[in-house]
Design a protein around this ligand. Sequence first.
Ligand code: 13P
Ligand code: SF4
Length: 402
Amino acid sequence: MTTRQKRPFVPITEIEHAAFCKPEDELPSKSLAEEIAINVRWQKIPTEYLHYSAEQLDAKIAEARRKLGARVTILGHHYQREEIIKYADFQGDSFLLSQEAASRPDAEFIVFCGVHFMAETASILSGQHQKVILPNITAGCSMADMAPMEDVEDAWDDLIEVLDGYGGVTPVTYMNSIAGIKALCGKNGGAVCTSSNATRVLEWAFEQNDRVLFLPDQHLGRNTALKLGISLDQMVVWNPFKSLGGNTEDQLRSAKMILWQGHCSVHTRFTVKQIESARERIPGVKVLVHPECPMETVDAADINGSTETIRALINDSPSGSAWAVGTEISLVNRLALNNPDKTVVCLDPVSCPCSTMYRIHPAYLLWVLEGLVEGEVINEISVTDEVRSDSMVALERMLALK
Ligand code: 13P
Ligand code: SF4
């Protein structure tokens, strides 16, 4: 066995999340110099970028884009702050952004305003002639960081050994994971999923095998498996800090769903109590949460879905409707802003943006765009050829499913 008991480790991205919780009126962007005062990791940037005002940034970004023309395309995830999303040529959830990255072969550069795993996926799906750029290299994802490659490889080796002769296991990884894990899935008959197609991908996975290893979000895995009729007693959690993930060989052999012990620090803040309070305060409110929320929260909500589902449901709902939303605050605030005839509130009374998404400040966007104007590619995201071709297999399995 390769897994063994070890000291639990908390990713730095997880520790840093709380530093970004702030009162609602402090959410709008300040100069980078003021934001950088928050004591977390920020990528070093030339000092002139620290002091630009919002107006200066706007004018300079427009000028750089004019010079670059069609050579550059900007993609933005729904969780990006307002001051960034306004520059996006396309905005979407992880799934739509991955499709978009694959369908813009004419752009020489894809500037990805999102987090590292999304830019990495874009670099795998875009053409070899294209370069993908992440404006701030510290924009990671705490959930992805909860599944380091070495721990996943150890777990995989053990599972192969324990389940040999017992039907094996199909690996499925959530998009929110490093490319090496996508490659492991590609090499071993598995696939990638996003929150918008997790049900379909899991159905597919159970057509391949009676047992699935789901990484790295235990909540999305559990919530989706429950939808497919798999009961809690058919699921085990793999704790990477314990030998055999904290399970016996028998438990692993009788499990249908092995859930990696990872979570999203933003979505685990949403609780049943907050839902009860919203229902008390807002008559007729509909509660809509992301499936990264814990099972109890998803059960208590009216609907759950990906960021794109959340956006579309609220935008398309009748005037006068009321929504309490359990997802990242930048998206909730945008939906409230764009739907003034509806009530749209965040379930959580404290505003805690995803701290890594939030690190894409307009000054970083300007820095990488001006770099391109000068012929310098800053923060290119790429993977090795081997990882690219293996992870492509897992991504294509997902993209082929309807
Ligand atoms: P979506 O796929 O719903 O955009 O979610 C991505 C994400 O990181 C949610 O935390
Ligand atoms: Fe990762 Fe959660 Fe941020 Fe999404 S919201 S990027 S899962 S930390």
